[in-house]
Design a protein around this ligand. Sequence first.
Ligand code: ADP
Ligand code: MG
Length: 763
Amino acid sequence: MARHLRPVADDGSDQLDAPLRDIVGKGGPVLEKTRGIRTVGQLLDWLPRSYLDASRPVAFRELPHGEDVVVVGTVVSARTLQMRNRSGRRLVADVSDDAGGVIQLTFFKPWGHEERLRPGAKVVCSGQIGHWRDTLQLTHPDYAVLSAAGSGSGQWLLDGLVPVYTATKGLSPIVHGDSLDLVLHQLQELPDPLPEEVRSSVGLPGLLEAYRLVHRPRTEADHRRGRWRLAFQEAFVVQAQLARARRSADAVPAVPRVAREDGLPHALRQRLPFALTDGQEEVLAEILGDLAREVPMHRLLQGEVGSGKTVLALLAMLAVVEAGGQAALLAPTEVLAAQHHRSMTMLLGPLAEAGMLGGAAEGTRLALLTGSQSTADRREALLDAASGAAGIVVGTHALIQDHVQFADLGMVVVDEQHRFGVEQRDALRAKARAGSSPHVLVMTATPIPRTVAMTVFGDMEISTLRELPQGRRPISSFVVQAERSGWVRRTWERVAEEVRGGGQAYVVCPRIGEVDDADLPGSAQEGPGLPIPPTDQARSAGEDGADLLEVAAAGAGSGIPSLHGVHQVARSLRELAATRDLRIEVLHGRMPAEDKDAVMQAYAAGRVDVLVSTTVIEVGVDVPDATTMVVLDADRFGISQLHQLRGRVGRGGRAGLCLLMTQGQDPEGVARLEQVAATTDGFELARLDLETRQEGDVLGATQSGGRRTLRFLRLARDEDLIVAAHEAAWRTVEADPELAGHPALAAELDRLDQARAAFLERG
Ligand code: ADP
Ligand code: MG
């Protein structure tokens, strides 16, 4: 059995990468097979789930029944018995503590244990304590026979707190612990990604010490300290990566863009039918300040839907145009690109008609560039962008393509958290004047908790619009349980009433479903029809056709309620007594882009009363008369997503209403809905959301490209730590950009790079 680490590099750096097999003997293959743990570092990074109390030895009779225990005692007798009712033998060993208490160890496969559990042997056992009649028992415990010399297997169980790891079938905790012991004893000082001065200023133990503290703590305080240090390192490394990315982005300067006092932005402000809020003024000043600098702007603007981000972006873009440059606005969908183009054209009025009859002399032009437009339209847009005739180019991803050229691209606005990968950022930079970077403004309607912002957007400045412009009425939200037929009926009546009162409604479904579901009655794939009250259902089935009933029955028969699809719901609404007279249309992602845009335009123009859709209408879509939203199977959506969805209603002067309907299977899901209904504070909801999600999901949702999960950090909990790590890391990189004095940190960052931590590298 090989029992030594491989020769150590000068800086000790390859110790963590050393294959475990070579070191821990028989434990190696087991760890690899059960946990995928192949290296020393992976073994150390698998932290205990909890710790057993150290106040041992406990008299056996005081042991808590049914709990995991670790006991030490001496075998007083062992016997193998033939089992009465079945074939086979059973080994029973009595182990006693010093106080005369006895625990019975039972093994139904005595083989191999008989030789070890001989009277007089001192053993340490871990397992779940049970009892049979008056006898305490451990059935098939994990155990080790302690050697007289005080070394060897299981010895680590005798001191301090006992670490407990997630139970893994096929992996004996004692074999695992012995492997760890071996590794912890043999490791030499590890190269530390945390610079010495950071460690001493924050009061952190070294890396090896930290591993010892979490795996072999003597006290609660020990493992807390060890964990804190490991989490701090994780946060620090992420922040150092962000700081370095930011430095390299800043290395290519931007062209400062300073608008004249009485220029285009001023002209637009004169035209606006409202005054900017104080919050908007503040943020606008921050943005204009950035634009005037040679350091490229790299700013995230967050604010709820309707908080007035877009109008600020437009003012900023006009400042760039005024200063002789061009600006591009990148939207995540065709619908949003078209809406931006329309609403900006409207806000600008004659200011967007430069060179046209009736256009303002000092104006500019807006171009729209999307993947689905006609060749002629695209050619014109491309020409306007390349010649500089269009000061502002709005578009989808099509904007980033190679053949799109600008005369002088000074600023890029990215709407709604549409994330860039490295390639896309480089592609954009290539569109700016040679040797320069465009200024970048990213807008998001998702309120981002501070810890997430620092971890994911840590390389950006952040501006926040906290209030909605005056005149906006809050949205009331209610949870509707689908089995309460009275409520369900009321819901659809409410939709009809809103429409009669001049409003419009969204009905959001979790899936598209099949256009011709109705032709496949009884198909197991089908979702239910509308949650429609039984009387109404019977009536409409009788009056309007039988399929409605059958569809609902198919859903009910499957046991698990299936999810509502857009097509079925639209069809049901067209047949339901309360809603059949309304103008109902569908919208979903599988429709051709022109159709989507046409439906959306018809809805925006008030020619459609009820839009049944998936979540395809991204946040930010603006239909002032939309007052009501019904979300079907609302428990299928995340907290933040629901909050964003309902932000689509109540955007005009009228109060908004959001009804969150659920088939109510999952109590946690319903509880989440109640939380969403209870508050309109997006930041509060974002925080709740964070607590209910895995770290990987949080990052996954906001990054494009490589996936990174956090091992030790908890974004919902570790705010102080992340702030401290952020400050320390940015100071470190500032003082030593090449990290010449911090080889271990540099090596760790390279490792991350190689692991394609692409999300850190967006623009
Ligand atoms: P966001 O992009 O944050 O969703 P918008 O900029 O689209 O918000 O603004 C939403 C609506 O409110 C638009 O119709 C916009 O013209 C209007 N608006 C923006 N700022 C104000 C303000 N200060 N007062 C009144 N209305 C405003
Ligand atoms: Mg918007």
